[in-house]
Design a protein. Structure first.
Length: 330
């Protein structure tokens, strides 16, 4: 998928920044700068993830405001960054796998769909992005699920009577001791079911929305028959951000129940026996008095996904251009 503005076939005189594909990237610079940039983004959004996770595992429905006030009053600012160190240790390899799988798959599928199958550019881009999002999410979960299990337990420890850990290493050791390696992969299956389709839908939706907004915005004519808007850096970034936020809203709403169940599977012990997905859903519905309990933490997750996607897509495009082997794509 083109992370830059899409070109309208009916208006070839509009030349938007060309996409930087896998072959054009300086790989070492791409992964090094990517690790630094996305670690910063993760740090910025981490408090929202902590609030979302705590809302999902509490026995009672607690508003975002009350949750924030409680964390700040009882734990101070550090409470919003529980498990952050562990999360950062996993972010670098997980992001590397994600970005590598995303770009390789996108480049390969785009080549097959356009050059061999003869599909139109718009269709080829949508298919390539959907496939890239799917493969990237699956690759990243190999690293991210164990990190998620440990960091989420650190996020909620002590808040609802769960056992306490002396940092990420201690949590890792205790999980291995009690459940073995499989304990680190609690919720792996449902994580794939949550993130793989969600990523595929997000990237495909982003491609379609971005193309639609770009075409509508840049192809408007003024009273003199001239282009009312010309592509520039500010407008391209703005359209990327709006497209990312719109794609995130639907994705968050559709996948929220799966994310809540996944979080509970990874965090709650179930008296030494890992509960099934069905048992987890049944307990959640019973506690919350209905299916609405599956949407606990929707507000912070929606905000987190929209903010993360907006920052991610603009940062990612910036990263790719910084990592280009030549300056031709600018």
């Amino acid at each position: 998928m083109s992370l830059s503005a899409a070109e309208d076939d009916s208006a070839p005189e509009i030349h938007l920044p060309a996409d930087v594909d896998w072959e054009m990237l300086d790989k070492s610079k791409f992964f090094f700068l990517g690790a630094a940039l996305f670690s910063g983004v993760s740090g910025l959004l981490y408090p929202i993830v902590v609030m979302k996770t705590r809302q999902q595992v509490t026995l009672n429905d607690v508003s975002c405001f009350k949750m924030t006030r409680s964390i700040f009053r009882n734990e101070g600012l550090s409470g919003f960054y529980r498990g952050f160190g562990t999360s950062m240790m996993g972010t670098v390899p997980a992001r590397a796998l994600y970005m590598g799988a995303l770009e390789i798959t996108k480049s390969y599928v785009s080549y097959i769909s356009s050059d061999h199958l003869g599909l139109p550019e718009a269709s080829s881009s949508t298919i390539a992005n959907a496939a890239a999002g799917l493969s990237a999410a699956m690759a990243a979960q190999l690293v991210w699920t164990p990190v998620d299990v440990v960091s989420q337990r650190l996020m909620v420890q002590g808040s609802i009577g769960l056992k306490k850990y002396n940092g990420g290493i201690d949590a890792f050791r205790q999980i291995i001791h009690s459940d073995g390696v499989k304990g680190l992969y609690r919720g792996f299956g449902i994580s794939i079911l949550t993130y793989a389709p969600s990523n595929a839908v997000w990237w495909a939706s982003y491609s379609l929305v971005h193309r639609g907004i770009s075409g509508s915005y840049f192809n408007n004519n003024n009273n003199n028959g001239e282009r009312a808007c010309r592509p520039d850096g500010v407008s391209v970034v703005a359209i990327q951000g709006v497209s990312a936020a719109m794609a995130s809203g639907a994705s968050a709403l559709v996948t929220m129940p799966l994310d809540t169940v996944k979080t509970r599977l990874q965090v709650l012990d179930g008296d030494g026996v890992q509960p099934s997905v069905f048992q987890t859903v049944r307990n959640l519905v019973k506690e919350g008095g209905g299916l609405g309990a599956c949407y606990r933490g929707l507000a912070p997750r929606w905000a987190s996904m929209s903010m993360s996607a907006t920052i991610m897509i603009t940062t990612y495009e910036f990263l790719k251009r910084l990592s280009a082997k030549t300056q031709d794509s600018f």
